[in-house]
Design a protein around this ligand. Structure first.
Ligand code: UD1
Length: 326
């Protein structure tokens, strides 16, 4: 049985994909340097998968894992707009050089299809919503440029080297296991932690910026569909839900779900931020069979319950440690 490789498989999207692949009976190999990923995300799967703690910047390490693989899902990245502005070099090296290494290893090692996690940030600010794949990209941050270069490489590796590739532009994915511990964390993971700890979040700007928040299981379904679809190689598809919520609406909805009143703090707008983001899903529906199953509110509720359980587990563990000290 041949290998399914997931780069970034210890991240929150990657680990959800690993679970789905195991459910299909696949043999899964994870490549992850654990910079933002975490082995806890794969905890109960440890004896069913092979984890390679390698960095995608190291071609010699990753090439033998990728060679001959049936499918390669390339999710490893330094996934942050502000980090790419504060520290552009590591972000460039992981997101462009690392991505090139993955495509090169797949082409030279005659792997099957590579499904690449591209980003909605490639669009930048567009005059029209929703955003359609035929619009000209207008990246506003190093991160957006880097993710766009990956798309161009995906398409060129198909055209020049006949490596099967498909790019999916992720739109603000959220869900269980998204790491809330960094200032660079996705906004919903930060909002949820604030909500459960009864703290006010900080909203950058006026909070009227909007996002097409997409539940992780819908993205995983699309990754699997992109892995099997015919006639899609070299192409780029939006991987979004098709909806749009402002941060103010989102924080209000979370407070309503939890039955609390915690007015947000407001800070200066964040450099490189896109104002509005919403996916046109037409091409993904037509060519990949995309069918989002989770409304925003359903996804929020499921994710909130996961954070609540995880917080309770941490509190129980901390209480256990305290009682040992006595
Ligand atoms: C961007 C990309 C997305 C990519 C992601 C990786 C766009 C439209 N999307 O997401 O494709 O996968 O980077 O990180 O460019 N915010 C707050 N308070 C906080 C944290 C964030 O108000 O504490 C705001 C940000 O300023 C931003 C919004 O929330 O306006 C979303 O931020 P974030 O979750 O970091 O994702 P994006 O930058 O939108």
């Amino acid at each position: 049985m041949s290998r399914y490789v997931v780069t970034g498989g210890a991240g929150f999207i990657g680990s959800a994909l690993v679970r789905a692949l195991l459910a299909q009976g696949r043999r899964v190999h994870v490549i992850d340097n654990l910079a933002t990923g975490n082995l806890d995300n794969l905890e109960e799967l440890a004896d069913r998968i092979t984890v390679h703690e390698y960095d995608i910047r190291n071609y010699d390490r990753i090439a033998p894992v990728i060679a001959g693989a049936e499918r390669v899902f390339h999710l490893a990245a330094i996934p942050s707009v502000p980090k790419s502005i504060q520290q552009p070099a590591p972000s460039h090296e992981a997101n462009i050089d690392g991505t090139f290494n993955v495509f090169r290893a797949a082409a030279e090692g005659r792997a099957g299809r590579v499904i690449y996690a591209a980003s909605s940030s490639a669009y930048g600010d567009t005059a029209v919503l929703p955003k359609v794949e035929t619009m000209s990209p207008r990246p506003k941050s190093p991160y957006a440029v880097q993710k766009l270069v990956g798309e161009y490489y995906a398409s060129v590796f198909w055209d020049c080297f006949q490596l099967e590739t498909v790019s999916l532009r992720f739109f603000n994915v959220f869900g269980p296991r998204q790491d809330p511990t960094s200032v660079y964390s996705g906004v919903l993971s930060l909002f949820m932690t604030c909500l459960l700890e009864r703290r006010s979040p900080t909203i950058f700007g006026d909070g009227e910026q909007s996002r097409d928040f997409t539940y992780v299981e819908d993205v995983v379904s699309l990754l699997l569909k992109a892995s099997d679809a015919q006639g899609v190689c070299g192409k780029v598809f939006n991987a979004g839900n098709g909806g749009r919520y402002t941060l103010n609406q989102t924080w209000a909805l979370l407070q309503k779900i939890e039955g609390v009143n915690l007015p947000a703090h407001y800070g200066p707008p964040r450099p490189g931020d896109v104002r509005d983001s919403q996916a046109d899903t037409t091409a993904a529906v037509r060519e990949l069979g995309h069918q989002p199953r989770f409304t925003f509110e359903q996804g929020l509720r499921l994710t909130l319950e996961w954070y609540r359980a995880s917080l309770e587990d941490k509190q129980v563990a901390a209480a256990g440690r305290d009682s040992l000290k006595i």
